[in-house]
Design a binder for this molecule. Structure first.
Ligand SMILES: N[C@@H](CCC(=O)N[C@@H](CS)C(=O)NCC(=O)O)C(=O)O
Length: 206
């Protein structure tokens, strides 16, 4: 399979998951900073112009973080990554969706790309502050959920950890936010895993 990513973008979570699962893939960098996502050849591969995306060996493309993660776990790592019961899997998707749809798309997007939310230069700080409020409210909730557990859903790593890993990369490394201690400790633990080290190294982030 081909895996399309941009260094330091949300695709980092899928990069981490691919390495953690230990599946063969060819990484293809699409540099958002250069606008590669808006140009050929990528727009013909993924007309949505977003990363992550995965071109599977049967020639079909998968997009959307949660869908790619779900497919990877079910296809290559059912025993180690997929929760045992339907209820546990639902709760895992609930956490993953919260991280991608709210923490990333509503919170960090406002903090990292405020110009996408207003045409007025004078409003940029206000947009950033709104994003920060969304992220910090979520961090409180996620910190309670994590408590002193090793992973966000408990004793077993799930695809929700891939989403928490990239959002915490932004919170801890990129923005140095004043996050709850257990979330920072979680990010450090995850970053020490060989899969995280490899993904960060491949993306030129260490
Ligand atoms: N809903 C998508 C969102 C993906 C997304 O927003 N990716 C960002 C990088 S973190 C992107 O490709 N941005 C390029 C752009 O907006 O031009 C998903 O869940 O995968």
């Amino acid at each position: 399979m081909k895996f399309y990513y941009s260094p330091g973008a949300c695709s980092l979570g899928i990069h981490f998951l691919l390495e953690e699962i230990g599946v063969d893939y060819e990484g293809v960098p699409i540099l958002i900073k250069d606008g590669d996502q808006l140009k050929e050849p990528y727009v013909s591969v993924n007309p949505k112009s977003k990363v992550p995306a995965v071109l599977r060996d049967d020639g079909t493309l998968l997009t959307e973080f949660g869908v790619i993660a779900h497919w990877l776990a079910h296809t290559y790592a059912k025993d180690s990554f997929v929760p045992e019961t339907f209820e546990e899997e639902l709760r895992t998707m609930e956490t993953l969706d919260y991280l991608v749809a709210t923490v990333h798309m509503q919170g960090f997007s406002r903090m990292l790309r405020p110009q996408k939310f207003t045409p007025n230069e004078a409003d940029l700080d206000w947009v950033r502050e709104n994003g920060n409020a969304i992220v910090m409210k979520a961090a409180k909730h996620l910190s309670q959920q994590l408590s002193d557990k090793p992973f966000i859903m408990g004793d077993k790593m799930t695809i929700a950890d891939a989403a928490l890993f990239y959002t915490m990369f932004w919170g801890v490394v990129r923005l140095n936010l004043d996050l709850p201690e257990n979330l920072i400790a979680y990010f450090k633990r995850m970053s020490d895993r060989p899969a995280a080290k490899k993904a960060l190294e491949l993306e030129g982030l260490v």
